[in-house]
Design a protein around this ligand. Structure first.
Ligand SMILES: Nc1ncnc2c1ncn2[C@@H]1O[C@H](COP(=O)(O)OP(=O)(O)O)[C@@H](O)[C@H]1O
Ligand SMILES: [Mg+2]
Length: 403
């Protein structure tokens, strides 16, 4: 019995040592597995115990800007938290937390925004906290860059809009200059007749003087006749000035009245070239828009028809016809057709482009149809189109009419 006792004691110690070794080896294996697990994670993983770092993975080392894990292991967790976030991180440290954003510090003290999620883990006889850390600085920078880009983009878009507006204004200005030239030539034609009458009246009065038939009655008649002509000339200028005055506001106007006005303005000039100009309009066509701009765009189309007819040779009656009628869905449809041979199909796609002209710099600005399209489509919200009819170009304008 007495010799057995040490053997039993030795056996027991052996068993205990063996069990201890097995336990330690199990613990080491578990720890190894745990380490593998956190190394495997994509996020930065920090394991802490009693507020101190006991393990981190490579990703966390990279996030905190360390070269060697030993620089970080054993340090208080709060050393890596920015002052502004310390209270928040501390409050979360004893809980299993949802993700929260805070500001952490790298090893050199640089703050960075981070997304953190923590969990309490029991293991190896210890209570540990495992925290996953995502560095948000690149994301935030990208977000900021995107915001700046959006802001810049908006500025650039605004700048481009402004540039386009300026360009449109410049084109408007240029086309107005061209129109002023056309207006003067139209006034000159309108003045031709009263000037002829005035010259006849002057010759007549000299003649009467020579015949000694110049009395008060003749003088009064001369005054009245010449004043009538002069007033007509003055009225022509006023009419043109009113017609070409920029519209200040939208008005309800009669389409026929405005078309007739435009037609009468170009009539003397086309008549002087033997071109017939006819106009027919259905009664009561009213629209609410810019009357003068509308009239000016009609003059642009009429002048183009006149230009093409002046160029065309051959024995035929040169004609321009203008028509206005009611279309479907309460629209007003205006057609202007000439028999000048039409638009070359090759140039058809470009005629509404600014500066496109087949007339050479001396005779064309290439702005007439561009401005006409802007007026009809952008200012008046209508549509303008053109086709080649049997004998020449046929422009069609569709506007929304008033009931
Ligand atoms: N009625 C028409 N018949 C034939 N071609 C036309 C007619 N109207 C316009 N065009 C063509 O469209 C081009 C552009 O016209 P427009 O913009 O008024 O500029 P411009 O009259 O200064 O040339 C003209 O140069 C011409 O080639
Ligand atoms: Mg033109």
């Amino acid at each position: 019995m007495s010799s057995l006792t040490p053997t039993i004691i030795l056996f027991c110690i052996g068993v205990i040592l063996l069990l201890g070794a097995m336990w330690i080896s199990l613990l080491l294996k578990q720890r190894q597995k745990f380490k593998q697990l956190i190394d495997f994670a994509i996020e930065g993983m920090v394991v802490s115990q009693k507020g101190h770092v006991i393990e981190i993975n490579d990703q966390a080392l990279k996030i905190f800007g360390g070269n060697d894990k030993q620089e970080i292991l054993g340090k208080p967790m709060l050393d890596f938290v920015a002052p502004a976030s310390k209270a928040l991180v501390q409050a979360q440290s004893t809980l299993n937390t949802d993700m929260y954003e805070c500001v952490l510090l790298r090893k050199d003290g640089t703050p960075f925004p981070a997304l953190v999620r923590g969990s309490i883990v029991e293991g190896f006889g210890k209570t540990m906290r495992v925290s996953a850390v995502i560095d948000l600085s690149e994301l935030k920078e990208a977000q900021y860059a995107l915001q700046t880009l959006n802001g810049n983009l908006e500025i650039q878009v605004q700048a481009q809009i402004e540039k386009n507006r300026q360009q449109e204004m410049m084109l408007f200005q240029q086309s107005r200059h061209a129109q002023m030239g056309e207006m003067i030539s139209m006034i000159a034609h309108q003045w031709r007749q009263p000037l002829n009458v005035l010259s006849l009246l002057a010759q007549n009065i000299v003649f009467k003087y020579k015949l000694q038939k110049l009395d008060e009655r003749v003088m009064d008649e001369f005054k009245e006749d010449s004043m009538r002509q002069i007033l007509q000339m003055s009225k022509t200028i006023d009419d043109f000035r009113d017609f070409f005055k920029p519209d200040k506001s939208i008005k309800i106007f009669d389409i026929n009245q405005q078309l007739a006005h435009a037609v009468e303005m170009v009539r003397p000039i086309v008549a002087a070239h033997g071109i017939e100009l006819s106009f027919q309009g259905e009664n009561g066509l009213k629209v609410e828009s810019f009357p003068n701009e509308f009239g000016q765009s009609i003059i642009n189309i009429l002048n183009n028809a006149k230009d093409v007819l002046l160029e065309s040779c051959g024995e035929f009656t040169k004609q321009i016809t203008v028509e206005a009628k009611r279309g479907e869905n309460n629209t007003v449809v205006i057609t202007i057709e000439d028999n000048g041979g039409g638009i070359d199909e090759m140039v058809m796609p470009y005629i509404f482009e600014p500066y496109f002209s087949t007339k050479g710099a001396k005779h064309g600005t290439g702005l007439g149809l561009y401005m006409t399209k802007i007026i009809i489509e952008e200012h008046m919200h209508g549509r303008i189109s053109v086709v080649n009819g049997a004998e020449g170009a046929k422009f069609e304008i569709v506007l929304q009419g008033l009931a």
